[in-house]
Unconditional design. Sequence first.
Length: 239
Amino acid sequence: MRTHCEVLSVSALTNNTYRILLKPEKPIKHKPGQYLLAVMDENDKRPFSIASSPCRKNGHEIELHIGAADENVYALEVVNKAKEALEKKKSPFTVEAPHGEAWLREHSLRPLLFIAGGTGFSYVLSMLDHALAQGLSQPIFLYWGGRDITQLYATEKMQALANKNKQLTYIPVLENPPKEWNAKVGNLLDAVMEDFISLSEYDIYIAGRFEMSGLAREKFCNERAAHKDHLFSDAFAFL
């Protein structure tokens, strides 16, 4: 469904990652883990995960996290379009939503494993917020990986959330950690493989670069007994 949105704010989460808040003219009814298309023109529609859960004001407010470094023109143009719509109140920001089949399966009682690379965090954030808000009781593991600490822009918030919710375990992973870093270092998927002997009982949700999602499916199924039917990623539709 195509919807015009008012841009409520565009703020920097890091030096090249932006948080965009949208107020759609009609509430967007989406499932946790789905994405929208930012409509640049009729032949140019760009996908971004919805970071807010369906619980957020019943779809009357939509949050996006967009990584837009200078070399990433594809994403930077969307951020600039949102900024323009914010400055010119009569200029709408148009989206099409919802899209995606890798949404949270709330009926499942299996433990949840969320894996996010970079701004793939926005995908799992929607599901995590919804799972906790709805009182899902199974164990939840969140692995979030990045090149350096600036990419894990909500790590303190996630650690605080884990401290508050005993069912949630948060594991940040950095490739290039600062000196005082006392968590995992290295490759995100390797960190998961190190911690789990078997993934046969888990529902696994993955967001990041397509090649990471494909490699995760291969490794988890072949080496950790994960079931393909219990692995979810929008990347799988293209791999």
